[in-house]
Each structure stands twice: as C-alpha cells, then as structure tokens.
Design a protein around this ligand. Sequence first.
Ligand code: PEP
Ligand code: MN
Length: 362
Amino acid sequence: MEALKNLPPMTEWFPDLKRPIVISGPCSAETEEQVLETCKRLAATGTVDMLRAGIWKPRTRPNNFEGIGSIGLKWLHKAKVATGLPITTEVATAAHVQEALKHGVDVLWIGARTTVNPFSVQEVADALKGVDIPVLIKNPINADLDLWIGAIERVQQAGVSQIGAIHRGFAKYGEKQYRNAPQWQLPIELKRRFPNLPMICDPSHICGNRHMLQEVSQEALDLNYDGVMIESHIDPDNAWSDAKQQVVPERVAEMINDLVLRNNLPQNGEASGLSAFRNQIDLYDQEIMNLFAQRMGVAQKIGEFKKENNMSILQTKRWEEILGNAFKKGRKLGLSEAFIEKYLKAVHQESIDQQNAVMNKK
Ligand code: PEP
Ligand code: MN
C-alpha cells in the first residue's frame, strides 16, 4: 500500500509530457493503412502524446471482430517510428505481454474485462516481473473499488513502478445517458486514498457516443485528472469496433484545444486529499439539487391533482406523517432532528409554493 502512495507522476514517464496527457488512436487496429494514417494524422495535430490501438479485443458478444492479433503490433510499431510517439495497447494474458514487449510497446493497459478477474490480472502481473514498463489499469466493469485497487496492487507487487489508472465508467443496467455510467465518486475515492496515482479518463467508453466526449473530458480535467484517452479513426462510421464513439484525428485535436485547464492543482498529497473531499461534496450537492428538481416536479403534479379534485393544499396529517418518518430515518442516519425539521420545512414550503402556482394558474 505504501508504494502506491509514492508513485511517480505520469508526466515523468516520458520526456516532454505535460498535463493533460492525451492518448489517442483506434479502438482496434484493422489494417496497416488505417493504423498508420490515424496515427500520423494524430501526430500532425501536435496535441497527442501517446498512440493507442487494440490488438486483442475482448467482445461482449461472439461473432464480433475480436482483434487483428500480433500483426497489428507491427503496424503500431511502424506508427511509433513514423511519429516518434510512444505506443500503448491492451494486454489480458501473459502471451499478450510477451508479444507487446517484443514489438516495442511502451505502455501496457489492462482492460475493464480483465480487471474484474484476479486470475487474469495475476497472470499479467506475473508476466511483468522483472520488466519495468508503465502500466495503466482500467476500472473493472462493475463499480467495485476494491477490485480496482486489487488489480493495481497486483501490478505494483510484481515490481512495476510506473502505474496509472484509467476511468472508463461502469456498467449499469438501465443506464440510458452513458454507455458506462461515470460514477465519479469511485475514481474520486481512489484518488483520495492514493493522491499520487495518475488518473486518465476514457470518455470514449464512458459516453459510447461522440457528442458527449468534450463534456466528460472537461469534467475529468476539472477533477484534476492527468489526461484523457480518446478513440479515433480515419473513418469512424465504418470502424470494425466501437464505431459510434470514435472521431477523426482532427476532432480529437479540436476537443483537446477547447479544454480549459484550470490551475488549481494541489501541490502535495495532503492538499489533493482535501480537494478530493471537496469534489465529493460538489458531486453530492449536484445530486441533491437534481433530486430537489425532481421532487418539485412531483409537487407540481400533486398541485394539478388537487386542483382537479378541488382539494386544499395543506393536508396537516400528511405533513405530520412526512416529518415523523423523516425523524425516524434521520436518527438512524445520524442526522439531528433540528436539522431535519429545518430542511424539511424549507422543502415543504417550496412544494406548497409550487402547488399554489399550479392551482392559481388560469
Ligand atoms: C478499449 O479501450 O478499446 C476497451 C476495450 O476498453 P474497456 O476495457 O474499457 O472496455
Ligand atoms: Mn473501444
């Protein structure tokens, strides 16, 4: 655990790295031309620090493109030579690690479907013993922080000294807005426990679309992330995997240039722990606000119902019931009666005002 508190910053992994660190390239290597052209166009924008391409693709359903295999590493290596940029790929087995090392891959990453399985993570970690290459560990598919930390520890205990985490969102049944719900509180808590752990956001797999990439990338930077990993393709609509979320290389550059880098980076571990707490508070406040808006929406519907049925707004018995239930629940949660009463009175008053507004509408 101690070693994870003293990790080197990602900007020290390679010369000339500055925040935000940008990793981009296709979801999957498909053809030599596609890999080379995507990477050269990315490099030409001057905004990208590292090139990515998936070589072995763990697919949710069978009969999808499962990756081009080792030949893709040769193309990725050509892209490295042509652009002078470091390259990275996903590894899930010891054989993948060996192949990647043989082809001069500079950084490895462990994918979300691998992080969930300690056997697989341990196999990769064992293959890394005696090889000090930087490794990025994606969050597991499910929102289990310990599983994520466990994978990071396995890699660290194999002797890897340059480690970072990638936040790519979490599978959530019924989730509509995102492909993988960001659940920011998990990476924030990880960062609170290990303030020096580099953190990269993967908006491509969080969003699953193109139109939210910018917004999610900005949210990540506002939470002091070190950088982003964004999928790009020369012909996104016809990509063999993740077509909906990939963008052309020039669009990556545009997004990066539009990102606002707020310079409130705390300088030491203690301060960054504090800022993680503050981020947590901000997220909760945002959630509370959303819930208030939803609650008021329901209050308006009640107003309409009472209007139609000619009922009075204030129903004393109901109000006493709300208050009594809240006191009981609040006690269990460690909230004082005085606070609950103050809070509920304010909310109740606003509800009444909203209902009044509805009832007095001609
Ligand atoms: C990918 O980066 O293309 C990928 C498969 O990501 P994840 O492991 O996050 O699903
Ligand atoms: Mn992908």
